[in-house]
Design a protein around this ligand. Structure first.
Ligand SMILES: *[C@@H]1O[C@H](CO)[C@@H](O)[C@H](O)[C@H]1NC(C)=O
Ligand SMILES: *[C@@H]1O[C@H](CO)[C@@H](O)[C@H](O)[C@H]1NC(C)=O
Ligand SMILES: *[C@@H]1O[C@H](CO)[C@@H](O)[C@H](O)[C@H]1NC(C)=O
Ligand SMILES: *[C@@H]1O[C@H](CO)[C@@H](O)[C@H](O)[C@H]1NC(C)=O
Ligand SMILES: *[C@@H]1O[C@H](CO)[C@@H](O)[C@H](O)[C@H]1NC(C)=O
Ligand SMILES: *[C@@H]1O[C@H](CO)[C@@H](O)[C@H](O)[C@H]1NC(C)=O
Ligand SMILES: *[C@@H]1O[C@H](CO)[C@@H](O)[C@H](O)[C@H]1NC(C)=O
Ligand SMILES: *[C@@H]1O[C@H](CO)[C@@H](O)[C@H](O)[C@H]1NC(C)=O
Length: 637
């Protein structure tokens, strides 16, 4: 048995590493400008680059800067997580030389080998995600069942992403395998530069995984090498599986034991090596040719076209005059403005110190601006000046849904057809954010005041992607800073900071119930009691008196009652305590569009409230099962 295991190790060593001399895969000389031969920048760069290789740390990473201000040179080097330190040194040395040769005058450049990446720039690199440049490679052999394959690939990358981003701060690297068929495995590798936060790493990998799946389109192997993260997968093991990643700094003890094992095993294994060589020979003959393609650097000009001049915006908003203030949100005030060409805009002036570097902010704006859907408010651009950060959106003349829904007079403008259109439109917008966009955004603060209305009362979701544009101290999927609004927040988010598409589904459910009832969830009146909408709806649903919940002005149109009741049902499914039981936005849309679809029976919603326990007690005290309910319900402090 032990013998068998050792054999396996040796086999893996040979199978995994027979690629010979790794080739230089590619590089970019970035269009950030040129230096002159005798400049002090050039002197700084040269001296900086000579320090890279010798200083590589145990985790295969090194970053450094040299010089001041405009003469400052910045560089990083990163080796693939499974590469031995001596190979790493040599790889970085070679990459540095090659890069300087190929980009003789440029102030910024990036180059990749199989085993390492080197990057330098005249602006700061560390701690920023940059997904503008990448090399993409694809194996020419295609799999037969692309859909299934993509599913397997996606889940492999999801799994690796979680491990790379959140395990061990020193090395953001993970490899793994998953079975593709009974006989075939898929091997994956992901890595981020370790200077990134867990959240940044995770976002980089999400975006790159999406890119690779679109790019490879069913190829048996592929990779994307980016400046901040890399991904690769093959049907053969291409990395060193024996590396111990749970120990960030491999101890001498470990090394000794491996050498000893190998030393003992070598004579025993000699015979087997012959068969291994045969195997390798066969493998060599069908050695994969990775076709490297170069992605165009379109994004740089896009950034410029999205950037507005601070003066322009200041003039457009009358120097942020209070009379132009449309509202104040958690991230800053919003002003109405009018550009000199007559275009109306809404300007969000972010609270000072969003905690992000300029370049990173630009990158995030670029990503969020690419999210375009008819049910999302369009981000037109941004402005950066000193500490000022502005986001410029299209202007929505009809303001937000709450202005109509909760207004005694204006609510009559929202008949059921309009409300139903809003319910569906918001679901479509959310579905796009969750599933269809490249970024998989969780909104985290969906509520009536974040649903804006255009001239035709079409809904457009606002404030999405704010978590990307405003850095919090958090990790993906688990945040210490809650950005939502009490009453709309799923219990797991409000209590533990856990967010997911299912926590958005909860907020959506609350919104649907508000739209049907015309009542605010958190200021809900039931007779003399100040209670919460969810328990009111739940009680009536349970007692078969759903009609009590419906906004009286909607009751005149009897034909729509079945739609209304179905929406209550869907709303209740979305606000269930268990996030697993809540439907995805895709299912919600199916339910809304297909009346023949039988809906599951909802379980009791999550009850919790922010305001005084007294009012909650008085509400529950009418109910014979109040005590157990009160215990079950999660009260916020
Ligand atoms: C980098 O160099 C280019 C060209 O010399 C210059 O335009 C740019 O402002 C520099 N960036 C920084 C951060 O110094
Ligand atoms: C930098 O030099 C390259 C050739 O070495 C040239 O093509 C490019 O236009 C130059 N860029 C600038 C901004 O001068
Ligand atoms: C750079 O310096 C060297 C010697 O100091 C000189 O020969 C050369 O002409 C200079 N080159 C430029 C472009 O100034
Ligand atoms: C690497 O970057 C970090 C963060 O900017 C910095 O604190 C550290 O000093 C850098 N390392 C070196 C060797 O310059
Ligand atoms: C670096 O270059 C040398 C000489 O060309 C070569 O022998 C060595 O294998 C290279 N190292 C790596 C890691 O590519
Ligand atoms: C594999 O798929 C790619 C893109 O879908 C196509 O261009 C290529 O010709 C296919 N290769 C083979 C061998 O079928
Ligand atoms: C898959 O990975 C596990 C470690 O996660 C390893 O023990 C196993 O040998 C691998 N399987 C194959 C077929 O490579
Ligand atoms: C794989 O990693 C182990 C542990 O770090 C090391 O002992 C071994 O030499 C590596 N194998 C190769 C081929 O680099």
């Amino acid at each position: 048995m032990i013998f068998h295991l050792i054999l396996l190790h040796v086999l893996i060593h040979f199978v995994g590493f027979t690629e010979g001399q790794p080739d230089f895969l590619g590089h970019y000389c970035l269009p950030d400008g040129n230096f002159t031969e005798n400049s002090s920048f050039k002197a700084n760069l040269d001296s900086l680059l000579s320090t890279l290789s010798p200083n590589i740390q145990e985790n295969g990473f090194y970053n450094a800067s040299q010089g001041q201000n405009t003469d400052q040179a910045n560089a990083i080097a990163l080796c693939r997580g499974d590469v031995q330190l001596d190979t790493c040194h040599s790889c970085v040395t070679n990459a540095t030389q090659k890069l300087v040769q190929d980009c003789p005058t440029q102030v910024s450049a990036i180059g990749w080998y199989d085993f390492c990446m080197v990057r330098y720039s005249n602006s700061s690199i560390v701690g920023r995600v940059d997904t503008r440049f990448s090399l993409q490679g694809r194996n020419p052999t295609n799999v037969s069942d692309v859909d299934r394959f993509n599913g397997v690939l996606q889940s492999l990358f999801d799994n690796l992403r979680g491990r790379a981003a959140f395990e061990g701060p020193l090395r953001k690297y993970a490899t793994g395998n998953t079975s593709l068929t009974n006989f075939q495995y898929l091997y994956g590798l992901v890595q981020c530069t370790p200077d990134l936060s867990a959240d940044q790493c995770s976002n980089c990998l999400i975006e790159t995984a999406q890119k690779i799946i679109n790019f490879v389109n069913g190829a048996e192997g592929g990779r994307i090498l980016g400046a901040s993260c890399i991904l690769r997968y093959e049907v053969n093991p291409f990395f060193n599986q024996t590396i111990q990643l749970d120990v960030d700094q491999p101890s001498d003890g470990d090394d000794n034991s491996t050498t000893i094992i190998v030393a003992i095993v070598v004579p025993v294994v000699a015979l087997i090596l012959i068969s291994v060589s045969v195997f390798l020979l066969m493998r060599k003959t069908r050695k994969k040719k990775i076709v490297e393609q170069v992605e165009t650097i379109e994004d740089i000009s896009t950034v410029e076209s999205l950037q507005y001049d601070f003066n322009t915006i200041s003039i457009a908003t009358d120097n942020f005059d209070d009379s132009n203030k449309l509202g104040q949100g958690g991230f800053g005030a919003v002003y109405k403005g009018c550009l000199s060409n007559g275009q109306e805009i809404a300007v969000k002036r972010l609270a000072k110190d969003s905690g992000q570097g300029d370049l990173e902010f630009k990158n995030e704006v670029l990503l969020v601006a690419k999210l375009q859907h008819r049910n999302l408010v369009r981000l037109l651009g941004f402005c950066l000046e000193g500490t000022e950060r502005l986001l410029i959106y299209e202007y929505m003349p009809n303001a937000s849904l709450d202005h109509f829904l909760f207004d005694k007079v204006k609510r009559s403008q929202l008949d059921w057809d309009k409300r139903y259109k809003i319910i569906k439109g918001v679901a479509r917008g959310l579905l796009y954010l969750h599933e269809d966009s490249r970024l998989r955004i969780i909104h985290r603060d969906l509520k009536a005041s974040n649903v804006l209305l255009d001239e035709e009362m079409n809904p457009k979701i606002a404030d999405f992607g704010m978590a990307r544009l405003f850095v919090f101290d958090e990790t993906q999927g688990n945040t210490s800073r809650i950005v939502g609004t009490y009453g709309y927040m799923a219990p797991e988010y409000a209590l533990h900071g856990l967010f997911s598409p299912k926590s958005d589904a909860f907020s959506y459910g609350v919104l649907v119930l508000e739209i049907v009832s015309g009542q605010r969830n958190n200021l809900f009146r039931n007779g003399d009691h100040l209670g919460d909408l969810l328990s009111h709806v739940w009680k009536n649903w349970r007692d078969g008196t759903s009609a009590n919940v419906i906004d009286p002005i909607l009751m005149s149109n009897a034909a729509s009652i079945h739609e209304l009741v179905r929406c209550i049902h869907i709303g209740l499914l979305c606000v269930q305590e268990s996030d697993v039981a809540r439907p995805t936005m895709e299912s919600v849309l199916l339910m809304l569009n297909s009346f023949s679809l039988t809906l599951p029976v909802p379980s009791e919603p999550a009850f919790y409230m922010r305001s005084g326990i007294e009012s909650e007690v008085s509400l529950f005290s009418e109910d014979p099962v109040s005590d157990s309910k009160l215990i079950n319900s999660k009260l916020l402090p």
